[in-house]
Design a protein around this ligand. Structure first.
Ligand SMILES: NC(=O)c1ccc[n+]([C@@H]2O[C@H](COP(=O)([O-])OP(=O)(O)OC[C@H]3O[C@@H](n4cnc5c(N)ncnc54)[C@H](O)[C@@H]3O)[C@@H](O)[C@H]2O)c1
Length: 365
């Protein structure tokens, strides 16, 4: 079986992680990097700033796209129309309309397109689904999510699109919920039937940016179980994010970045770490022996509805200076919203958003 020939589009940001991953697969004889497409040249590998030209020149099997969100759809369509399988970083598209344009391209060409929600490659997600289906934790009355991370101003200064809701007329939607914590949204939805029927976003910002750095959202899904997620990049303590499924006889906590599942019932607490399938490996295996992709584009429609609701929501409300503490200098400048960790953790426990909890910087009272 020949090694999958991979072109990487977007090499210098998160693309560096993909370069290391492709190198790992190359050592195993599964893949090889045959070209890089990026406006900034990469030495040692065939390079072009023009994806169409590079595809013709190096004949890849897979095009892996790790570029800014607003460039995803055109690049993915270029690859699909050239008949090349695509691994597309999340979020797949910056609007629901753009998502539909891409979905039409996938349907039209019949070429596989996987989205890089790597947490959905984890058997931990299957394990949580199994616990829910088994009835072990009883009837499910809600799903919560808590994300407390720390980012400095350097995170937003790294690229012109970082922290932007739009660039000119072009939607970007680089907010905490839709980008750094996008995996939380997609993974929580993967525990429901995935059909989003309503959303209530609450967007805030402590940093001098356009998008949210602190946000909560209630998502209503077709199967009726409410999902309340709360996240911040202005935390006091950095924690692994969690998704909690609340049942009337117990709960399951999924640490989706660690593949760890904790099941708590009246009798016991079970804790287990699961394996994860690499999404590039999964796509390559699909090319050799077509079966179901782990994260096909169509499965990210619910996530994209949430993203689109965030895009259409009013601009985030600035958190007044009295509610945050600023420390550090230059790119290490950090804003910490006072009490935000507790509010985020409480949202996952009580399924109440920031305004429902009466958090002062959220209610303006
Ligand atoms: N799955 C994950 O855990 C994860 C983590 C971080 C970022 N990401 C995703 O990866 C993508 C890139 O994010 P980033 O933070 O690395 O961005 P970045 O702006 O830091 O880097 C983007 C790269 O793409 C290149 N680029 C820009 N426009 C291009 C174009 N039209 N054609 C080819 N190359 C182009 C840039 O030169 C740069 O090398 C985003 O979709 C982001 O959400 C995913």
């Amino acid at each position: 079986m020949r090694r999958a020939r991979v072109v990487l589009v977007g090499a210098h940001g998160h693309g560096k992680w993909h370069r290391a991953n492709i190198a790992r697969l190359a050592e195993q004889g599964e893949a090889e990097l045959v070209g890089v497409c990026d406006p900034v040249e990469v030495s040692g590998t065939p390079w072009s700033a023009d994806l169409g030209e590079l595809i013709e020149r190096v004949d890849p099997d897979v095009v892996l796209i790790a570029t800014p969100i607003h460039t995803h759809v055109d690049l993915a369509l270029t690859a699909l129309r050239a008949g090349r399988a695509v691994l597309l970083e999340k979020p797949p598209a910056p609007t629901l309309g753009e998502f539909e344009r891409l979905r039409a391209g996938v349907d039209e060409t019949g070429v596989p397109c996987q989205v890089g929600f790597q947490s959905l490659g984890s058997s931990a997600v299957d394990a949580v689904r199994d616990v829910i289906a088994s009835g072990q934790i009883g009837e499910i009355h809600g799903i919560g999510g808590a994300g407390t991370w720390i980012r400095t101003i350097g995170y937003y200064d790294r690229a012109p699109w970082a922290g932007r809701r739009r660039l000119g007329d072009v939607p970007v939607v680089d907010g905490a919920l839709t980008n750094p914590f996008a995996h939380m949204v997609a993974t929580a939805l993967a525990l429901t039937d995935g059909t989003v029927t309503g959303t209530v976003p609450e967007l805030f910002r402590a940093y001098p940016i356009e998008s949210d750095d602190t946000a909560a959202i209630r998502i209503v899904t077709a199967h009726g179980v409410p999902v309340t997620l709360a996240v911040t990049l202005c935390a006091t303590h950095h924690r692994t994010p969690t998704i909690v499924v609340h049942g009337n006889r117990g709960r399951v906590t999924l640490h989706y970045t660690e593949d760890v599942v904790e099941v708590t019932t009246a009798d016991a607490v079970h804790h287990r770490r699961y394996d994860r399938v690499d999404l590039l490996t999964d796509l390559i295996e699909h090319l050799h022996a077509p079966g179901d992709l782990r994260v096909p584009l169509a499965s990210t429609a619910g996530f994209t509805q949430v993203l689109d609701a965030v895009r259409r929501a009013p601009d985030p409300r600035p958190i007044p200076a009295e509610y945050y503490r600023e420390t550090g200098t230059g790119p290490d400048t950090r804003r910490e919203v006072l009490g935000v960790d507790d509010a985020v953790l409480a949202a996952a426990e009580t399924l109440r958003t920031f305004t429902e909890q009466g958090v002062p910087w959220a209610t303006g009272r």
